[in-house]
Design a protein around this ligand. Structure first.
Ligand code: OGA
Ligand code: NI
Length: 363
């Protein structure tokens, strides 16, 4: 979430989706209606049948009772990162209360009157606060979603004016939650390093004081879910992303696998993890940052709490020497400063994996 200069881009009127459905529950304004080829096709249970993103049991990695279990889980992790770019983790060790507490205040925040939420506005061209991010023109389609995003760590990326005073425990809960998620991200990066045959501190040492940001996405029900998207297709600019789906959440997240949108079925008490662009570059494409999007539901709202974990802005990113071989596996990405990538990412609309063109070496 690199700071952007205050800009004068014209984004047109961005309607607040929650307010919209209060006043006109059955109307989908033109600006939300997608071209036919982009629409949120809702897959039936039948078509979902064969696809499940891998599930990684973190208890097998943190307290291995037996070395074979450990190696088996590491192998599963490496397959997941190579083939899917996505997996769910169970037995992650984060207390249920911590997860429930953040969900509660996030939900309460979105339920506040609009005037209250508007005290924390996401200004056009910026990515923190309440509103819609990644809108850069008046004719750009809008997502069927209200967002609230905050920089969390390190302190210079925080904008304390945007941390809400209501609900009362919001900041406290977010603080506690973020610390737990930060520990989880560090653990995940250790296991990811091991799965690549690297020493476990490899990423931690490289990343410096890692950048952590959170985005809460609230998807109101939509009378025509087949015409809109909850969130446009994109890959994440992070190293890893941790996505929490609210309890009893309906299916909403879809990932692009072999040219098909595969839904991610929420598992109780699991967290969804995905590989971001940064790990794709560092591993020279071995681990994939996979394109994903969110669709909406006719009856139910859906809430997700998404943490982006990335290297410090000062860090130089390039494919790791261990994963490049001039003959068999030539370098696919140039080197760049992570802050520059972050700035590039947030200055453009979400458009599949297009952001990564920034780093690709084209032959
Ligand atoms: C994101 C994201 C998906 C979801 O916020 O980057 O991919 O289901 N969210 O909210
Ligand atoms: Ni995402």
């Amino acid at each position: 979430m690199a700071p952007l200069p205050v800009s004068s881009i014209r984004v047109g009127k961005i309607e607040d989706v929650q307010e919209l459905i209060k006043s006109k529950p059955n109307k989908v304004p033109e600006r939300f209606i997608r071209e036919a080829n982009e629409r949120g096709v809702i897959l039936t249970l039948k078509t979902q049948h064969h696809h499940h993103i891998p599930v990684i049991d973190l208890s097998k990695l943190s307290k291995p009772h037996n070395h074979d279990d450990f190696l088996f889980e590491i192998l599963k992790l490496s397959k997941a990162c190579e083939d899917w770019g996505f997996f769910q983790v169970i037995n992650h060790g984060i207390e249920v209360e911590v997860v429930e507490d953040i969900e509660k205040v996030a939900k309460e925040f979105f339920e506040l009157p609009l005037e209250e939420k508007k005290k924390y506005p996401m200004e056009p061209g910026t990515v923190q606060g309440y509103g819609q991010a990644f809108i850069f023109s008046e004719d750009q389609k809008l997502d069927w979603c209200n967002m609230f995003a905050l920089g969390v760590h390190p302190p210079p990326i925080r904008n304390p004016k945007l941390w809400p005073s209501k609900p009362a425990r919001f900041s406290e809960n977010l603080e506690g939650y973020s610390q737990e998620i930060r520990k989880l991200c560090k653990r995940l990066l250790k296991y990811i390093a091991i799965s690549l045959g690297l020493k476990e501190e490899r990423f931690e040492e490289m990343f410096g004081e890692a950048v952590q940001a959170v985005r809460m996405n609230y998807y109101p029900p939509c009378s025509s879910p087949d015409l809109v998207l909850g969130l446009s297709p994109h890959s994440d600019g992070s190293a890893v992303t941790v996505l929490q789906q609210s309890k009893n959440s309906c299916v909403g997240l879809q990932i692009l696998k072999d040219n098909t949108w595969v839904p991610v079925l929420p598992l109780p008490n699991a967290l969804v993890i995905n590989i971001g662009d940064t790990i794709e570059v560092l591993t020279n494409g071995k681990y994939k940052s996979v394109e994903h999007r969110a669709v909406t539901n006719r009856e139910k709202e859906r809430l997700t709490i998404v943490t982006f974990y990335a290297p410090n802005y000062e860090v130089k990113i390039e494919p790791m020497v261990e994963l490049v071989d001039d003959e068999t596996n030539p370098c696919k990405y140039r080197s760049y400063n992570h802050g520059d990538y972050s700035h590039h990412y947030v200055s453009n609309k979400l458009q599949g994996k297009k952001s990564l063109d920034f780093a690709k070496i084209l032959n």
